[in-house]
Design a protein around this ligand. Sequence first.
Ligand SMILES: Cc1cc2nc3c(=O)[nH]c(=O)nc-3n(C[C@H](O)[C@H](O)[C@H](O)COP(=O)(O)OP(=O)(O)OC[C@H]3O[C@@H](n4cnc5c(N)ncnc54)[C@H](O)[C@@H]3O)c2cc1C
Length: 432
Amino acid sequence: MWSEAGPVYEPVPPLRGDAVADVVIIGGGFTGVSTAYHLIRRFPSLRIMILEARHLANGASGRNGGMMLNWINGVSYRDPHLTRRVYETTRAGIDGIVGMIQEHDLPVRHRRDGCLEVLTDARRAEAAHARVERLAGWGIPLQYLDGATLATRLGLRGAAGAVLDATEGQLNGVDLLRSLRPLLLAWGVALHEDTPVLRIQEGRTIELTTPGGVVRASAIVLATNGYTPRLGYFKTGIFPLHSHVIATEPLDPGVRAALGWGQVAGFSDDHDRIAYASMTPAGELVFGGGSNAAYAYLYGNQTSYPGSPGSAGPAFEAIRRRLVGYFPEAERVRIAHRWTGTLGITMSRICSMGVRGEHRNVYYALGYSGHGVTLGNLAGRVLCDIYAGDDARWQDLPFYMYPLGGVPPEPLRWLGYHAYTKLTGRSPRNAA
Ligand SMILES: Cc1cc2nc3c(=O)[nH]c(=O)nc-3n(C[C@H](O)[C@H](O)[C@H](O)COP(=O)(O)OP(=O)(O)OC[C@H]3O[C@@H](n4cnc5c(N)ncnc54)[C@H](O)[C@@H]3O)c2cc1C
């Protein structure tokens, strides 16, 4: 859906023959491309190479719900200093995305008129209201909307209240990554699409095996989020979860008015199996989550959904029913798109960005747990500063070198996940 209405995309040729680089970035999503962007701007003569298994935006960055959100998932709102720090960091992350689009005049469909966190029962709505007031006292500008205001503003059924963050928005990730490609190539970044990294041999010089040749590099960046365990890294840190999404055809203003959708980019709700929706500038309503059916976990860390989207037919129907539950008028709307993407979830939901390895030359940023539109794009700044040895400004943030773990091995993981989600309707996690 996100790639429609854009220009036809021609992948650049795969790697053929051996090569040498200073930094090889594995993965062409938000994390990989933003890292290349910040590194090449800061170090114009650095030999940077991106190796992407299929094409830019093949992963979650091109298959998400589009919401540019504040906050680091998994962090609580208890400490005023930390709360302000996290909020200001992610808000600056969104400013950074929008600023980059403006600076380079990138043709990226996006909007920034706020997102809602919807509360579905009175007790949670009350607690959210109290949180908004507490955060206002700490200088964080959120707005609480009660159920009645929400009904007129968004036409939502079954909501008790909501928190509006006017600094959030919606982004077409495919537009962003594809429009950055010519810029990166012009600045001297080497890119090879259709080039999966098959094996990584660590050392002072790291050797990466691909089908077309071996690349030797002084440093690498794991920008592979939910796919990372398949490269042998973060096997107990990342839980790859498949998430299904549907989207309508562009809705004309009359239909949008009938739905009741107002001037807001999107919303997510407070259920553990979170439901979320966003509206593109052209009027396509994107909707995902809402029940166990919307998420799938495949045995053995599979990160490509087999036969997708056909094999997930019942899941898409369940998602459509959730959509209609929120917006009864959507019953009459045609679902034009269905897709599946791989989320990188951590047990605490906190993501991690840092460097590892005996030679401190394996950089990584992953596990955004549903907040990667903002955080994946922020990761490029963070990794660039860590690479430059100039990362003091990130060290107090929860994601900085955050130790990931707690995901059990197979077959315990398989059994545990399915038993837990079936019995509780929730998603397993460790306390942050
Ligand atoms: C359905 C869905 C809905 C979501 N909704 C939202 C949302 O509304 N808001 C939000 O903030 N976040 C959302 N997310 C999460 C967000 O999209 C991700 O956190 C973010 O895109 C991760 O970016 P990334 O670059 O780290 O990883 P990815 O975009 O997954 O990129 C990884 C890339 O690595 C490549 N790759 C994998 N293995 C190899 C290999 N061996 N060699 C070379 N390349 C390889 C893949 O092809 C892929 O292109 C959603 C995710 C999904 C799946």
